[in-house]
Design a protein around this ligand. Structure first.
Ligand SMILES: C[S@@+](CC[C@H](N)C(=O)[O-])C[C@H]1O[C@@H](n2cnc3c(N)ncnc32)[C@H](O)[C@@H]1O
Length: 369
């Protein structure tokens, strides 16, 4: 890397709270990025931590996730070169919204599930104001910081349980985590500077996309490196079960049902990578469609399906592959990570062509003897 490009490492990726986020593994992953990469692609981007690393490394970065709340982080921190939320924008977001009457979904669906009525009303009002910001990058920042505030507010940082209000009334829990009883507005204002400060221009046109990866791959070209961090099938793969509220807040669904105690939207988006019956076929498709991209890095976990040996066999049909291991010292490594479980990286490069001499060449060699 050129000395010039180290300057982007002064920007700090704001700590996410997302199952399987790789922000704690970035310097380890970075070692395996090959030289001479110009364009890099984070295909299952989640919190966008690896896309952010690529941007910091000066690459033209494409990033994608099939959930729109993750795409908003990509728009805010990867695609966005300079837009930040200023005092006027904050005023707009917190004003009594002229459009409030069209925005009642949070109050109607999630009051007494995750929020008291007053907080649900507050986030509906904020949501009604987001489209009033000047441009899509400011709007993406507003979504990103609000969604992050909501995960802070709710016990365990996900929405796959119905204990939020019970825990928020438990003095022991509050002692350990005061965010449970803090107003969402305060959380938002506290988090905002770290997001504003993470906006930078790496002098490339970067792009955040919101598609199923199998639909997107046929439409991308000239990429040097792709990073795959698929959901780990068999071990916490249900992102829509855990983070449905953030997707509902971002999409503000008009055409879904809200089911179960947690009020998850139904039908879900189709992944292809989160069910045992579909995973292998989807990986075959994924690799087939990625054949034009020379270098692949693939994150994996020793508790996933298919297991490492089987997965290596599938990859070997397409690439020469080396497996790198990083052992967790504690249970904070990400999805399904418990002490002793391992973060794995398949480091893949184009197959070396073996030179097999033809008979004619052999004859020539004999003649020379
Ligand atoms: C393990 S997480 C990625 C974590 C990410 N590397 C990070 O640092 O935060 C897997 C992501 O894949 C996304 N995903 C699942 N199926 C997908 C699909 N078919 N196409 C695109 N994204 C998908 C999920 O929404 C989830 O965010």
């Amino acid at each position: 890397m050129l000395f010039e490009e180290y300057k982007y490492f002064d920007y700090q990726f704001p700590d996410p709270q997302y199952l399987g986020a790789k922000h704690t593994h970035l310097s380890w992953i970075r070692q395996f990025v090959p030289d001479n990469v110009k364009t890099a692609f984070d295909a299952f981007a989640g919190s966008q931590s690896v896309g952010f690393l690529f941007k910091q490394m000066g690459f033209q970065t494409i990033t994608n996730d099939f959930l729109n709340f993750n795409n908003q982080i990509g728009k805010a921190l990867i695609e966005n070169k300079s837009e930040k939320l200023n005092d006027n924008d904050i005023k707009t977001l917190f004003q009594k919204s002229p459009n409030k009457s069209d925005f009642t979904l949070m109050e109607n669906v999630f009051t007494d599930v995750f929020f008291e009525r007053e907080e649900a009303f507050f986030i509906d009002n904020f949501r009604a104001n987001i489209p009033l910001l000047d441009n899509t990058y400011k709007q993406a920042l507003a979504f990103t910081v609000m969604n992050r505030s909501l995960t802070r507010k709710i016990t365990m940082g996900h929405f796959g349980h119905t204990q939020a209000l019970v825990y928020a009334a438990d003095p022991e829990r509050i002692k350990r985590n005061r965010s449970l009883i803090r107003p969402i507005k305060d959380l938002f204002l506290e988090l905002l500077p770290s997001y504003n400060n993470a906006v930078f221009d790496n002098k490339k046109d970067n792009k955040s996309v919101n598609l199923n990866i199998l639909e997107l791959l046929p439409n991308v070209s000239n990429i040097d490196l792709v990073y795959f961090d698929p959901p780990y099938c068999d071990s916490h793969a249900d992102y829509q079960g855990f983070y449905h509220l953030l997707e509902t807040y971002t999409e503000y669904w008009k055409n879904k049902e809200f089911v179960n105690g947690i009020k998850r939207y139904e039908p879900k988006r189709y992944s292809g990578f989160d069910k045992k019956g579909e995973a292998i076929v989807s990986f075959e498709k994924l690799f087939e469609l990625s054949n034009e991209i020379p270098y692949w890095l693939i994150s994996y976990n020793n508790r996933s399906y298919p297991n490492i040996t089987e997965f290596e066999k599938i990859i070997s049909k397409y690439r020469d592959v080396k497996i790198e291991y990083k052992t967790y010292q504690n249970g904070r490594g990400g999805k399904g990570s418990v002490a002793g479980s391992q973060e794995i990286l398949f480091v893949c490069q184009p197959k070396k062509k073996h030179f097999i001499p033809t008979i004619k060449q052999k004859e020539l060699e004999y003649e020379e003897l």
